[in-house]
Ligand binder design. Sequence first.
Ligand SMILES: C[S@@+](CC[C@H](N)C(=O)[O-])C[C@H]1O[C@@H](n2cnc3c(N)ncnc32)[C@H](O)[C@@H]1O
Length: 209
Amino acid sequence: MRAKLWNLARLAGPGIFLEVGSFRGGTALHICNAIANRGATFYCFDPLEKGGFENLGAQDTCSKPGDFTDTQHEAVVKLLSSRPNAKVIQGYFPAAAEDLKLHDIEFCHLDVDVYEATKKSLEYLAPRLAPRGFIVLDDMGRLETPGVNKAVAEFLLVIRPFFLFRCSQSRASFCRSRFGEEKFRGLFLKTVPLDLRKISLTAQRGGPH
Ligand SMILES: C[S@@+](CC[C@H](N)C(=O)[O-])C[C@H]1O[C@@H](n2cnc3c(N)ncnc32)[C@H](O)[C@@H]1O
């Protein structure tokens, strides 16, 4: 699945790239490698050792407050240190992005597992995406992350027009317009916008990342 994330990152930009939810920096490094030499600025956001999840809702049944604290800011900074233009921001998104005044975001890998963080992140990102920017969302449709499905369903009902494209059993992309259909062809299981009513039906237990 990382190969798909690599390909998706290479479709975007140049411009501002984000990752929200980086834990030990594995996918952050992968994205940095995919966009090397492309003049992109990359920010990754995570509370790291100070964090885990800020708030858990009733639907976040598989997550615990202290999950994902077994990581270190210093270690992630070191991991990305040879990537020019990569910045590690320690804190909860979107509050941690406030001072950065981000806009025209070309790409965001959103991987925060739970309802509130997914919903707040989507609401923050939607008006700040570049015209052809897009969000790659992890954990869509997994039974272990029902909060992500709920956040997506609510987001799509309120914020239009946004199209959702399924790119694997557990990953989806959002973009503003149907141009994405062309852009993403070949990288997705389905190149048609996902029917909201089918989100829960497509859930897969432990689907591949
Ligand atoms: C599944 S892990 C990310 C894994 C990482 N993307 C990878 O594949 O290497 C989810 C991460 O989201 C972080 N997280 C949860 N809520 C967040 C928020 N509001 N802002 C930033 N990170 C958050 C957690 O602390 C955790 O490290």
